[in-house]
Design a protein. Structure first.
Length: 258
């Protein structure tokens, strides 16, 4: 299959737009349901632009981590200080704060879930500080805008959208048929039904596409589509857990973006 021109162009455009926004705002928030591509976009922003900063840190999947472990990762990345297991990281939080004030810093907080964490991580600027030129930039992705709205201005909020039809088609077809020289009409048709059923969620399209890649029994594809529509398990391995975790996050926890 050919590369992903529509998907990659859209991702590049989003990445550049986020970087431009970071030049104007101290904290930028990416908001949207699980599986919609927040982490992918955050990673791309980080990898493309972190070299423009004196110090940088990518804090992966913060919601599921112990907050002290996240603090230690931040301390090591920004202050070059690696603590022993028995050391109390809270004794060194001032070093993080000083680094955020004195250096040009980029921190990406992936899958943020509580308002407590940003303050605990020393990532909030003192709005009342005098003669302090903050060069630090924080990019946060989360599912619920309510957890960030007290810290992030509306102008720095980015609502993540579903993939457009061509982007979704391109992404699924790439992962499902990456080794195929040609695709029959039967598989093209059922692919479009699967894509429609997912509604433009990139992570789910990628997971199911990877699972079906190499399977050329049309009945298995039809069975997968029927189970998908019925809300039944499709796969009997680790793919299944990833797929349904993504769908549960995306639909069971669907929130209204205000």
């Amino acid at each position: 299959m050919p590369p992903l021109p529509c998907y990659e162009v859209a991702l590049d455009n989003q990445t550049n737009a986020i970087n431009s926004l970071l030049q104007k705002e101290s904290i930028v928030a990416l908001v949207g349901m699980g599986g919609i591509g927040k982490t992918t976009l955050s990673k791309k922003v980080y990898h493309l632009f972190h070299n423009q900063y004196e110090k940088s840190s990518f804090l992966k999947d913060v919601k599921s981590k112990n907050i002290n472990d996240v603090k230690k990762k931040l301390l090591q990345d920004l202050c070059d200080r690696k603590l022993r297991k028995d050391e109390d990281v809270d004794e060194y939080l001032d070093e993080i704060k000083q680094c955020m004030i004195s250096k040009k810093v980029l921190v990406v907080v992936d899958d943020f879930d509580t308002t407590r964490n940003l303050g605990d991580l020393q990532l909030l600027n003192d709005k009342h500080a005098i003669n302090v030129d903050y060069n630090n930039k924080v990019l946060v992705n989360c599912r619920n805008w309510q957890t960030l709205k007290i810290h992030v201005t509306e102008s720095a909020k980015v609502n993540m959208a579903f993939l457009e039809a061509e982007q979704a088609r391109e992404l699924f077809m790439f992962h499902a048929f990456k080794h195929a020289n040609c695709v029959t009409n039967e598989f093209k048709n059922i692919s479009m039904e699967i894509i429609k059923a997912y509604g433009g969620l990139p992570l789910s399209l990628e997971i199911l596409g990877c699972y079906l890649c190499g399977i050329r029994d049309l009945e298995i594809w039809k069975d997968a589509l029927c189970k998908l529509k019925a809300g039944q398990n499709i796969m009997g391995d680790s793919y299944n857990e990833m797929l349904w975790k993504t769908l549960r996050i995306s639909y069971d926890r669907l929130i209204k973006i205000e």
